[in-house]
Design a protein around this ligand. Structure first.
Ligand SMILES: Cc1ncc(COP(=O)(O)O)c(CN[C@H](C(=O)O)[C@H](C)O)c1O
Length: 343
């Protein structure tokens, strides 16, 4: 199977498995797991923040950022197709008791004007706006890397209104690689930043949330309240250290593979690539084939190719560590075979 459903499917490398086996561990609830402590220290340093917290997932990282920086009844602002709004089960409302206000962006980024209009003034009828959430790269915008300057101006606007900013950096290193800047540069445009270790960086599980020591202390308490205080988690932190220190430099390979896939698909009659493909995600519109994307996905699966539906007529292909150049060539061949048979 060539699994292009997501970069969440990456499996740990041999080096990671060995590190898991050899990991020094302790009780992390008491702050005594040396490997978790080392990962959190490295993550804080790499992201340019005072402190970091090892969390179970990107979703938990986002939700802890909301819980630690808002109060019930507040309003938080995010782009309409952001993961926090689209894919987290309404958790920000269910857990933090906040209302989510979305702004339709272009390429995953909303304009400063629309942001200023969305931030609430001090009126007894209004909720307080307490958090603005960014996402870079932006998944539903096709893994688009949002330029540093755009993030910087949002952060400056938010600061002028004394509103905090959280950056969902599930694929932050993909953004940094595409933009030619550092993860720290991008993270500097936020008060908190979450980073997935388990996507393109290849760790088996987990994310880190980084921010001020005060905010991370609050997030740690919320993680405990939610039952996320784990014990000898050094076994999972050890591959996380490899992920954050060694795996980012190879992400451009995934981006090259995604571009190869997109170029090949553009030559196939009836298919159109609908995103810029500046990182590891390719969004393909199949509507001209007059078939549902479900049918196409089924036919692909029979040929050993896995991908996911992304709305009505779009299929998402995501490249990652476990997808090689020959996998891309094979995928293109199999797509051609399927469409020839169906013509
Ligand atoms: C931008 C962003 N932020 C957060 C998350 C959540 O990470 P996890 O909770 O799955 O670890 C994801 C996962 N994205 C997954 C995927 O792309 O296959 C699915 C959609 O949840 C994400 O893309």
């Amino acid at each position: 199977m060539i699994d292009l459903r997501s970069d969440t499917v990456t499996k740990p490398t041999q080096e990671m498995r060995l590190a898991m086996f050899e990991a020094e561990v302790g009780d992390d609830v008491y702050g005594e797991d040396p490997t978790v402590n080392k990962l959190e220290e490295i993550a804080a340093h790499v992201l340019g923040k005072e402190a970091a917290l090892f969390v179970t997932s990107g979703t938990q990282g986002n939700q802890l950022a909301v819980l630690a920086q808002t109060s019930p009844g507040d309003e938080i602002i995010m782009e309409r197709d952001s993961h926090l709004f689209y894919y987290e089960g309404g958790a920000a409302s269910a857990l933090a008791g906040v209302q989510m206000r979305t702004i339709k962006g272009i390429g995953g980024a909303f304009s400063l004007d629309s942001l200023k209009r969305a931030i609430r003034s001090d009126d007894i009828h209004f909720p307080d706006t307490s958090l603005i959430c960014l996402e870079n790269t932006h998944n539903r915008a096709g893994g688009r890397a949002i330029p540093y300057q755009q993030m910087r101006s949002v952060y400056e606007t938010a600061s002028s209104f004394e509103v905090k900013v959280h950056l969902d950096g599930a694929r932050l290193f993909n953004a940094a690689a595409a933009l030619g800047c550092s993860a720290e540069d991008l993270a500097s445009c936020s008060d908190t930043v979450s980073l997935c270790l388990s996507k393109g960086l290849g760790a088996p599980a987990g994310s880190v949330l980084a921010g001020s020591a005060e905010t991370i202390k609050k997030a740690r308490k919320w993680r405990k309240r939610l039952g996320g205080g784990m014990r000898q988690t050094g076994i999972l932190a050890a591959p996380g250290i490899i992920a954050i220190t060694k795996m980012a430099e190879r992400l451009t390979e995934d981006h090259i593979h995604a571009k190869m896939l997109a170029e090949g698909i553009r030559e196939i009659h009836g298919l159109s690539v609908v995103n810029e493909v500046d990182t590891n995600i390719v969004l393909v519109d199949v509507s001209a084939l007059n078939q549902t994307n479900g049918h196409i996905l089924e036919a692909l699966k029979k040929e050993g190719i896995l991908a996911v539906a992304f709305g009505e007529d779009v299929i998402r292909f995501t490249t990652h560590y476990d997808v090689s150049e020959s996998d891309i060539q094979q995928t293109l061949q199999k797509i051609n075979n399927i469409l020839k048979i169906q013509r």
